[in-house]
Design a protein around this ligand. Structure first.
Ligand SMILES: [Mg+2]
Length: 407
């Protein structure tokens, strides 16, 4: 078995995850909940699910993403608290601000999770994590756990592992370090379900052929993995060996425009998601055009029924501001990253790598790009001076590009 990370770069990456975040906030607001079996979640008669549960409740087998009705069966004395999302968002921002003080290379992946790249800082990852843990506790009262490695995948799994190890009645506050080069060794004994991209169905398929641990998976030949999972098999094998070269991607608010929608109920219908993506793409295109901006990167944010949240992005061959191109990219990201089965509670689309439209004009070389620019100009003139000038512009354009029906 391979025990070194052959393609990895020696970076210092930290994954932070707040411990039982929603419950921890509720407990800060209402100390009487301390040590009790309680959960934040939807009500059982509306097919609600548990969003977060206290460590005392976890001892009864209650976990997040579980239907509330089932949780109450397992733990009849469970106290149900309804979610206060605004409050959680506010406290989350304070935590993220503490992380951002340390490095600008921060990627927030959900309300209570973030990756940080601290390669350039002198202290060890462990020391940095300890300091952050202390600071977060001191300033917000919350407990946080950390995973440290040279890549995001292993840092995240290390954190999940560390939290499980220190599971008890209280908040784990774990710090788990996996040394560079020990990634595959660390991952080998862990259950395959802990790997990214391995859901319950894949776990079962793998179990059927005797693959229980990540190490078992890493031992399969690339051919058999491709046979089982298509081209994803190659990535799966790399991940099983603890290899992940993805960057910590920080999105600055001013450098991107995005919009998201939270559904009243979880969605498993691709048509509904595509319709939503189309509507958001149109809004983003309009915003870009009205701010005279172009974007060269499109991303889609997914949040599943169980609050697992991730984003995937796609770089375009040239800067755009057209609704249709944004939609095409976003819908491709959706179909390539969603299994059509996992219920979705939130979908978002964002554009980034923004540039100034007027500056870009000189960089554009294709006819299509020039034509697009002309369309935008005509659009503007139309608003400013009305129909007549459009006719003139339209005729001028016809001579050049054989374009018709501008208005
Ligand atoms: Mg958490």
């Amino acid at each position: 078995m391979q025990t070194t990370n052959t393609t990895g770069r020696k970076r210092k990456i930290i994954h932070m995850d707040l411990d039982a975040f929603f419950c921890a906030v509720e407990e800060l607001k209402n100390p009487a909940l301390s040590g009790k079996c309680f959960a934040v979640g939807g009500s059982p008669d509306q097919r609600g699910v548990i969003a977060s549960c206290s460590y005392a409740a976890r001892r009864y087998g209650v976990h997040s993403a579980m239907p509330t009705a089932q949780a109450i069966k397992l733990c009849p004395k469970l106290i149900l608290v309804s979610s206060r999302h605004d409050e959680y968002s506010q406290i989350s921002s304070s935590v993220m601000a503490i992380l951002a003080e340390l490095t600008p290379v921060m990627e927030q992946v959900s309300i209570d999770e973030a990756f940080l790249e601290v390669t350039d800082l002198a202290d060890s990852g462990e020391i940095i994590a300890k300091n952050l843990q202390y600071k977060i506790k001191e300033q917000t009262g919350l407990s946080a756990s950390f995973g440290v490695n040279s890549n995001k995948l292993v840092a995240k799994i290390a954190n999940d592992f560390g939290k499980k190890q220190s599971r008890g009645d209280t908040y784990p506050g774990a710090i788990q370090v996996v040394e560079f080069g020990k990634e595959a060794e660390f991952m080998a004994p862990l259950p395959v379900a802990m790997l990214w991209g391995v859901g319950p169905k894949t776990t079962q398929r793998l179990g059927n052929i005797g693959v229980k641990t990540i190490g078992d998976l890493a031992k399969l030949s690339e051919n058999s993995l491709v046979e089982l999972f298509g081209k994803n098999g190659v990535f799966l094998r790399q991940r099983a060996m603890g290899i992940d070269d993805s960057d910590v991607e920080s999105y600055e608010e001013t450098k991107s425009i995005s919009q998201e929608v939270t559904f009243n109920r979880d969605i498993v219908d691709v048509e509904v998601l595509l319709a939503e993506i189309k509507e958001i793409s149109e809004k983003l295109g309009y915003k870009l055009r009205s701010k005279k901006l172009l974007a060269q990167s499109v991303r889609v944010k997914f949040r599943y029924y169980d609050f697992r949240t991730f984003t995937r992005q796609k770089k375009l061959s040239q800067p755009v501001n057209q609704d249709g191109i944004i939609y095409d990219a976003a819908s491709q990201i959706l179909t390539q990253n969603w299994d059509l089965l996992t219920p979705v509670r939130l979908i978002g689309v964002g554009v980034s790598q923004l540039s100034d439209e007027t500056f870009q004009l000189s960089l554009w070389e294709t006819d299509e790009a020039r034509e697009r620019k002309l369309l935008t100009v005509i659009d503007t003139l139309k608003v400013k001076y009305g129909r007549d000038i459009i006719r003139k512009a339209s005729r001028m354009k016809k001579g050049e590009n054989n374009q018709e029906d501008i208005d």
